[in-house]
Design a protein around this ligand. Structure first.
Ligand SMILES: Cc1cc2nc3c(=O)[nH]c(=O)nc-3n(C[C@H](O)[C@H](O)[C@H](O)COP(=O)(O)OP(=O)(O)OC[C@H]3O[C@@H](n4cnc5c(N)ncnc54)[C@H](O)[C@@H]3O)c2cc1C
Ligand code: FES
Length: 302
């Protein structure tokens, strides 16, 4: 695979001269649920440069907010990258409505962040919770390709929300689905799956967890007594994505780091998750007002 130069990486941004009329084309869309959707975009240079664990900053149209999204998959042969998005606020809901096959994103910047450290670690557990299932997939695949024994554990509220189980089965030596109501796989949380896996394999070397902060916190607490290296992917609010604004700082037991340039992967045993969760809710009121205003504007246009 040809290496992509540093200069090339930071210039992977395509300007557009119009509202979703040019830019980066959406070539596939899949809806996993009422709120979760997949967009695959045509971007050969990004597909060539992307590594597991990295993210992009997307601007859907000229006036929209720039939002960070994990590269959930990349296909170097097809020249595409895939993002899985949860419609939680104004921008992601607007994209859910407007981003259809054949439309364009005005800019996609990246790949950003430090790639995940992948090697043949012996036995590794890759855990994804809810939307976190998508970004943990390229890591599970990369561990498998590096020769590791991969145990995939994914958690959802119920069977209707399950996605990509086929993709995981292809790369995992063992695969456990956990649902809150037991409608698919085992009834329980991903931490129950982790306990089962550790009991069966006392020689697990590493665990990677991606999902809601509370889930990652408890995954780290589950592995701590066993001394298993635990990496988590953090999602603090990002603004510039270049290490300049300080918006994405995260508190670790050995100091502060910026998730956009030092992460997003960090040692889960060092992360202050309570601080992360508090910081994630700093703008709740503004975000609520923004969605309400957008919903009113949509209704007014009908
Ligand atoms: C490294 C990274 C990777 C991410 N990957 C994904 C992904 O693959 N799929 C996905 O659906 N979401 C991902 N997110 C979260 C996504 O960026 C936010 O959901 C999105 O910015 C929300 O924008 P909004 O206008 O729809 O909602 P808002 O109403 O503005 O915000 C809803 C919630 O999203 C979070 N958020 C808001 N703005 C930002 C921002 N600029 N940066 C980060 N978080 C923000 C906050 O927790 C907020 O409470 C990622 C975030 C980070 C930092
Ligand atoms: S987003 Fe500004 S420092 Fe990371």
């Amino acid at each position: 695979m040809p290496a992509t130069s540093e200069k090339e990486l930071h210039s992977i941004q395509q300007p557009s001269d119009g509202y979703q009329s040019s830019g980066i084309e959406i070539v596939r869309r899949e809806d996993f649920s009422d709120v979760t959707y997949l967009l695959e975009i045509d971007h050969p240079m990004m597909a060539r440069a992307a590594r597991p664990g990295q993210f992009v900053i997307v601007m859907a149209h000229e006036e929209s907010e720039r939002i960070p999204l994990t590269i959930a998959d990349f296909d170097r042969d097809k020249g595409t990258i895939t993002m899985v998005i949860q419609a939680v606020g104004k921008t992601t809901k607007e994209m859910q409505r407007d981003c259809q096959v054949g439309t364009h994103l005005v800019s996609v910047t990246g790949p950003m962040g430090e790639p995940s450290q992948i090697s043949n670690v012996g036995k590794v557990i890759c855990v994804g919770g809810g939307l976190g299932v998508a970004p943990v997939f390229p890591q599970a695949r990369a561990f498998k390709e590096a020769g590791a024994y991969v145990i995939g554990i994914v958690g959802f509220r119920n069977k209707d929300l399950v996605f990509w189980d086929d993709k995981f089965r292809e790369y995992c030596d063992e695969f456990i689905i956990c649902t809150d109501d037991g409608s698919a796989g085992i009834k329980g949380l991903v931490t129950d799956g982790i306990k089962m896996a550790i009991e069966k394999h006392p020689d697990i070397q590493e665990l990677v967890a991606i999902g809601p902060p509370i889930m990652m916190k408890f995954c780290a607490e589950t592995t701590r007594p066993h001394g298993i290296k635990t990496m988590v992917s953090l999602n603090p609010v990002m603004v510039d994505g270049t290490g300049m604004c300080g918006g994405c700082r995260v508190k670790l037991s050995d100091g502060m780091k910026f998730a956009c340039v030092d992460g997003p992967d960090f040692d889960g045993h060092k992360v202050d998750f309570d601080d992360l969760m508090n910081r994630l809710h700093r703008f709740s009121e503004e975000e609520k007002q923004s969605v309400e205003k957008w919903t009113e504007d949509c209704k007014a246009r009908l």
